[in-house]
Design a protein around this ligand. Structure first.
Ligand SMILES: *Cc1c(COP(=O)(O)O)cnc(C)c1O
Length: 400
């Protein structure tokens, strides 16, 4: 009998007791709205912003309703206009081009490399060809390009970078936390990311003007002086009345469950590394399977695992995914012609009207993706990896 895995790829850990206790306290107070505080009380949302700003090492932080909202807020804060072209990765998740389109701007995709990072040569050409002044850089599935080279290119063209750190929260680059490069960096606290409030987002930046505009955009009314990681009140003056309210605040209940999770994020990242390393060690050297290489400067959060099967036809990849599913291993294939589940590709977003990107198509045609929730043990991961390896060996044996 073949081994079968019986765990769930979508089951997260329960929230820690401290998060549950903090949530109960907020509910007992009845003061769930971030600005509903009593004399002397900062409120959970303002405290979360202060703690996350310190975590990333940037002066300003705003907590919002979702990661997608943070991306849209960033575009608005940079005054991106309707009809303007905004560059982004061809390999990303739907909320990224969605945020660009939602403000009437036009997503223009940049090719992906085999290592699932933005192709920097294509980026350079796309900037010249489009005249775009903003890049929404998505660290999709935690894969980061050479950030020094990327910033050299964008600086040379005076392109502003919004960093989408939904999959790198808790990870890093060159010894620093992920999210220090973008003029604005955005994070998600949605259940499938690295800290879990169901829905939620965070945005960080260094520029007081951009920070003030972001706070006003999120729907602060005239209560911005209650923030702890926002600029001085005087910085708001030029923007009050000139900045529309696009309500998308975080509430105290979500912030309350996030603060204890932020405190243990680094320890969770270590646990994810153990899961990821276990899978990687077993899959290394499997014939026909290409692992994704990463720059030694990158600290990866191993909350998911990707590999490529560059030699197999679509039909064989599909049958490989099916045989793994029969053994309890849920894999996603990015080469599928139709969007399924969370899996999607640039050409599924027909509204963006993208030309065909041959290099990205080639990469995605053999790309497999799997979640590694922290409810898995390293033994679970070893079993999963052995199942994948044996199914690949079987496919190649049958082909011979
Ligand atoms: C989840 C995600 C987002 C946005 O997150 P939401 O909180 O779901 O809006 C943005 N980018 C990437 C790559 C994501 O995976």
């Amino acid at each position: 009998m073949d081994d079968v895995f019986t765990g769930s790829f979508t089951q997260q850990e329960p929230l820690p007791p401290a998060a549950i206790a903090a949530a109960v306290a907020v509910m007992q107070s009845g003061r769930l709205h971030r600005y509903n505080v009593v004399e002397g009380e900062a409120g959970e949302t303002a405290l979360l912003e202060q703690e996350f700003a310190a975590y990333v090492g940037r002066p300003y932080c705003l907590a919002v309703a979702s990661g997608g909202y943070a991306l849209g807020c960033a575009l608005r804060a940079l005054n991106v206009l309707a009809g303007e072209k905004v560059l982004t990765n061809a390999f990303t998740l739907a909320p990224v081009p969605g945020a660009i389109s939602a403000i009437g701007a036009v997503p223009v995709f940049v090719e992906s490399t085999e290592n699932l990072t933005i192709d920097l040569d294509h980026l350079d050409r796309q900037i010249t060809d489009t005249g775009a002044r903003v890049l929404m850089l998505s660290h999709m599935r935690g894969h980061q390009p050479d950030m020094a080279r990327l910033m050299a290119i964008t600086d040379r063209h005076a392109v502003q970078v919004i960093e989408d750190c939904a999959h790198t929260m808790g990870g890093g680059w060159g010894g620093q936390p992920s999210g220090i490069h973008g003029v604005i960096s955005c994070y998600s606290t949605q259940t499938y990311k690295h800290i879990n409030s169901g829905e939620g987002g965070l945005l960080v930046c260094d520029d007081p003007d951009i920070a003030a505009r972001s706070v006003l955009l999120s729907g602060s009314y005239m209560l911005f002086e209650r923030h702890l990681a926002a600029p001085q009140v005087a910085e708001f003056a030029p923007h009050v009345g000139m900045t529309p309210n696009v309500s998308g605040r975080m509430d105290n209940l979500r912030a309350a469950v996030l603060r204890p999770q932020l405190a243990t994020l680094d320890a969770q990242v270590e646990r994810w590394a153990a899961l990821h390393d276990t899978v990687e060690a077993i899959l290394a050297g499997t014939p026909g399977l290409a692992l994704i290489e990463r720059d030694p400067q990158a600290v990866r959060v191993g909350s998911s695992f990707q590999f490529r099967l560059p030699e197999l036809s679509g039909a064989r990849v599909e049958s490989f995914v099916q045989s793994c599913a029969l053994r309890g291993v849920a894999l996603k294939w990015f080469g599928a012609p139709q969007a399924t589940g969370y899996t999607s590709r640039y050409d599924h977003w027909a509204y963006a009207n993208s030309p065909v990107l041959h290099q990205t198509d080639k990469v995605l045609a053999g790309l497999i993706d799997m979640r590694l929730p922290l409810t898995f043990s390293t033994d679970d991961c070893a079993l999963i990896a052995r199942i994948i390896r044996s199914e690949i060996l079987r496919i190649f044996a049958n082909a011979a």
